[in-house]
Design a protein around this ligand. Sequence first.
Ligand code: SAH
Length: 332
Amino acid sequence: MTKEEIIAALSPDTDPAQLFALADQVRREYVGEDVHLRGLIEFSNHCRRRCYYCGIRAGNAKVRRYRLTPDQILYGARSAVSLNYKTIVMQSGEDPAWGPKELAAIVEKVKKETALAITLSVGEHSKEDYRTLRAAGADRFLLRFETSDRRLFSMLKPDSNYDQRFRCLAWLKEAGFQVGSGVMAGLPGQTSESMADDILLFKQLELDMVGIGPFIANPDTPLGGAPGGTLDTALRMVALTRIVTKNTHIPATTAMGTIDAQGRQKALKCGANVLMPNISPTEYRTDYSLYPGKICVNEQPEQCGACVDAMLAGLGRKRAEGFGHSLKTSGE
Ligand code: SAH
């Protein structure tokens, strides 16, 4: 698809029915009916950065800060095994107390005890640190570039650097990770042209995974008063990403489920093939408050497992049996 075609397809004035049907067909052809479940463990909400959109930004005094211990993470990994998930995603703010050394140690432990694939989502680090984490056994890494618009990026992430973010993605690939990136849809000041660039960039970067969620304004951040992104735009982004990138893994994100009770189901019908049920300890879930209204905060991991199984049954889809490694590199 050309950039012009993508821009036209993103317009809320065009009927998305055909677009969604095509994305569903491409999904069926390239990644099949299987849905991969990745257990998400949000292991620390301490963060040294001040991203304008994010509720766990440094300096937000309203957040009750927590960090899980290695044993609590191990417990989470065990519950993932018992729920028959094949992957855990360890996500956090950029917490100096959970540095690369500490992370490498827990990755090694989980790998020693379980057969789980491990995905890290822990922000920007040095090339050497990424290598260390890969050597410790982490398989995949998620680092959204958030927006391809350089000006918007520097407004939203005042203490980050656009080029550095992309350098990190290159380092991750060099280190041998399966790499995921992504963006928020509907950010203040984000144009459909820049969203079209986002999608073309996903392809150019040859990503293994692409995560897209609507921006949701958090009242405790500088963007608290901004309007949020719509589910419609986020779904169009998912559909177009599927059509353009073909065989990437695309999650139906929690943010989509937050702004619409059927958001994740809708995403699974227009290109998505991954779900990330929460396995964080229930008592900390509300504290990992990137945005307000997050779903599943009162549930136990087992309840989220039952819920996603019911969701899949309702859609006539099934749980994948394999690890769900990259379709670009492993040929699984
Ligand atoms: N510290 C890690 C993990 C970030 S949290 C990192 O920087 O990569 C995971 C994702 O949540 C972010 O990449 C961002 O896209 C999303 N997110 C944060 N705040 C949000 C908000 N207010 N609305 C929607 N998504 C948000």
